[in-house]
Design a protein around this ligand. Sequence first.
Ligand SMILES: [Fe+2]
Length: 500
Amino acid sequence: MAGERILVVDDEEMIRDLCAHILGDEGYGVTVMPNGEAALAELGRTPTDLLITDIKMPGMDGLELFERVKKMNPDMVTIFITGHGTLDTAIESLMRGVEGFVLKPFTQEELVNAVDRAVTRSRLQKENIRLKALIPLFEISKLLVTEIDLAHLFRIISEVLVKEFSVERVSLMLVDDATGSLLIRASHGLPTDLAVKARRGPGEGVSGIVMKHRRPVIITKGKSSDPEVMATLNRDNEPLSSMAVPLIGKDKVLGVLNISKFTDPTFTTSDLQIVSVLASQVVATMENASLYEGLRESYFRTVQALVAAVEAKDPYTRWHSTNVAKYAVAIARDLGFSPSQLEEIHIAAILHDVGKIGISERIISKPDRLSREEFDIMKDHPAHGMRILEPIGFSQLIISAIYQHHERYDGKGYPQGIAGENIALAARILTVADTIDAMVSERPYRGTISSETVLRELERESGLQFDPAVSGAARKLIEKGLLKLGMHAYAQHAPAADTK
Ligand SMILES: [Fe+2]
């Protein structure tokens, strides 16, 4: 996996040695430098894939080094090492395009994970660039390398094959990880019952033989040059011409692409070559898709760690995002959101206050009401949140829900002061969920609140702060007992001084 060259820059010898030791063991080539100037000189001499730098250093600090390196080599992947005191800088660095950061003190695992993530991301970027440059073969190729929704991808493939080769039947079989058999995951022109039932183990039928031997097969008028294939053919019902091409991933067969036609002309070896290129694009796309999923997952974890950092600043909000997610998902489900939209709203709710990481702890955990100036600063948190999350590639639903979660239905909210349906529905849901939890939580200046008071408030603010459809759904869910207000969460996790 490893092999990349890494330059570690830190003024503390102990940290340099530690990084060199840990990353050297992982197979990376590691060089260490004690300051920014020495690092720049080294980068001028030696090709380097990844820069890991401390932020706080005497002389040139990590940010300045990062900016200067970016001018020399815009593709350099950089990770910051940072202490708690420089967390705000770390956020800023994320916005400027740093690939990751490691919080001091770090464990071996945290360092290795951050480096692996950064390296994987840079490889993926390079791979995508390579693919895009390599395949002007079909107009379709651009779509394929960026396409990550596999079901949609299969539809595109079928359409291309039907159009380009006048085929009547297409089936895309993928290896089922649980059984090792091929199952049809997408098909065109096959009777539905056949598509659902078809299952081929290695060596079984034409697809199974192609999977086992990892080589493509052409069958013309019931004949093939491969005796094993010949033996398995059912001559009564054979199409005029068919092809089966293996989808070979990095280290295993992922599936088989089958196409067949009942009219002339029959398939030629040059058709086979073109379909093989198409098959390799399918493989690249599938691997990118699964890599992309993994990357999203790891970024989400990074951002969740950031949320935990925000919540650590203020113990009263420790369970806030979890509760808001619970309320928001229940309301969104009631309003008919699809499962994938529910997942997005869950993510948006968990991360809705991530922008608070850019706000001073003094303001966030202030027990009294905020002064006008302090409130103005606090009002920047939706925009901070958007800036942190946008480069990570979250969906528009998530970004706008977070950016607009303090807008009001009557237009008197912030940051934009937009009203009614100009506010994204997901944001209107977050507003209600966020306010419910703010009411329920025992903020020092509020005291506990009963569910009757929550219901009254939802009704009173309907059409003012809240979208009537959303607050109405919330009221209905609370009244029916389908949405439990999470007061207990606060009782259990109250600050130490409040417990026995
Ligand atoms: Fe907020």
